[in-house]
Each structure stands twice: as structure tokens, then as C-alpha cells.
Ligand binder design. Structure first.
Ligand SMILES: [Fe+2]
Ligand SMILES: [Fe+2]
Length: 138
């Protein structure tokens, strides 16, 4: 497999993780109750807008590079407790940061400096999400 093919495969992985996060955040936000639950809901619905932008960019970029977006999404966990929801979100945000760091290196390897810069920006967005989740977890 060429470096470009590996990059496209990685971008497809990232796309599906973003789609999973969109599904998770909308589902989790809908079942939050009480005052802390309300705060968690506000956070999830704000962050999901970033994830939509990430997903749309990744799908377009996969096609621009000659690939095909392959959608394979998962069912979110059946969580109802705000703290469990935040811990679940935190785990996936950490994975997203690590994933974008790796993908930025792969983009660099094929000489796509624009993609590398965008993926580094995505890693920064996910880092902000992670820090906001950590703040609410206390
Ligand atoms: Fe994202
Ligand atoms: Fe995120």
C-alpha cells in the first residue's frame, strides 16, 4: 500500500470517528437532565458543530485525494449519567487528538502541507474539547 493509500485509509478512519462523535453527542445531549446535565448538554451541542465541520472537510478531502468515503458508524453507549457521558466523551477526544497527530505526519510524508496544517488545527480543536470536558468533570 502506498503512502497516499495509507493516508486515505487513515482519513476514512478519522471521518468515521467524527461521525460516531456527532451521533454520540446528539444522543447524549438529548438525555441530560438537571443543572449539571444542562451544562453537559450545552457543551456537547457546542462541540458537535466543530465535529460536523471536521467530518465534512475529511469526506471532501478523501474524494479530492482520489479516494471514496466509506461510512461505517457505531451505536453510542446507552449512558444517562452526566459524569459517565463526560468520561465517555473524554476518552474519544483523547483518541482523536492522537489520531490527528499521526495523520498530520502522514500528510507531511506525501507533501500535502495544507492538509497537515488543517489536521494540526483539528488536533487543537480536539484539545480544546478535551480541556472543556475536563473542566466540567472537575
Ligand atoms: Fe472532531
Ligand atoms: Fe472533539
Amino acid at each position: 500500500m502506498s503512502d497516499l493509500e495509507k493516508l486515505i485509509e487513515g482519513l476514512n478512519h478519522d471521518l468515521n470517528e467524527e461521525l460516531n462523535t456527532i451521533i454520540r453527542y446528539i444522543r447524549h445531549a438529548s438525555v441530560m437532565k438537571g443543572l449539571p446535565g444542562h451544562e453537559v448538554r450545552e457543551l456537547l451541542l457546542e462541540e458537535v458543530l466543530d465535529e460536523v465541520k471536521h467530518a465534512q472537510y475529511l469526506a471532501d478531502k478523501i474524494v479530492a485525494l482520489g479516494g471514496t468515503p466509506k461510512v461505517q458508524v457505531q451505536n453510542p453507549a446507552e449512558l444517562f449519567d452526566w459524569r459517565e457521558v463526560l468520561e465517555d466523551a473524554l476518552k474519544f477526544e483523547k483518541e482523536a487528538i492522537a489520531g490527528y497527530r499521526e495523520r498530520a505526519q502522514q500528510a507531511d510524508a506525501v507533501g500535502d502541507v495544507g492538509l497537515k496544517a488543517t489536521l494540526e488545527q483539528f488536533a487543537e480543536d480536539e484539545t480544546r474539547h478535551k480541556e472543556e470536558i475536563e473542566r466540567l468533570l472537575g
